[in-house]
Write a protein that binds this ligand. Sequence first.
Ligand SMILES: [Zn+2]
Length: 230
Amino acid sequence: MEDLDLLKKEIENYVQEKNIQLLTGVSLNNKGSILFFNDFKQLINIAIEKNIKNLFFDTNIFKEENFEELKEILEEEKITELKLKYSSYFNKISYIQLFFINEGFTFLFSKSSDWFEEYNEDSREETDDNQEEVKCKDCDNLVHSFSVERGEEYCFVCLDKKKKEGEIKIKEMSKILMEDKEFNNCKNEMERKIYLEEKYPDLADNRFFNINILSDRTRALINMKKRDSS
Ligand SMILES: [Zn+2]
């Protein structure tokens, strides 16, 4: 088990060595592209290559007060039981995020402690019993409110439909885009992505429509066309 309090010190020492400053108290915007790193040193070294001087650093402390929030979803008895099980972790770091934003990408190193993940499981499992169901965003089918909390507001049927629609849309769009001069002029994947995000902001926000796949597919079409005409 990794001790995140130790990891925090390691990160702080490493950035000091590299002359980089840590800024605290910033939360992540989930839109846009996030690149994940398993090794914080790798992330810091990339920041250095990109001449970035400030990194955002977020450490979350596990507190007894956290259990207050559970009162709405758990029985008092269960909360007491959980408190007891996790009391040795009070005031320890539950997760760490280290990140910077560059050219529209978020470069992120993120780590949760094993016990915090277990705690999340434990406090969630129980909520399944007092599960409420709500209507799917698109039809009358019921969806667990727990899924909705996680951002999944469609039933299985509609979810499937949405995914298929997204795939069809990618096929249509790639045919339009292959004739798009500006897209053709983009020099690399980053530029193509930024171009697509700016030109089609509604698509960039749509999780059923994968902008990376669209870009790959369009390039494949362009290459096939080139081969045909040569
Ligand atoms: Zn539905």
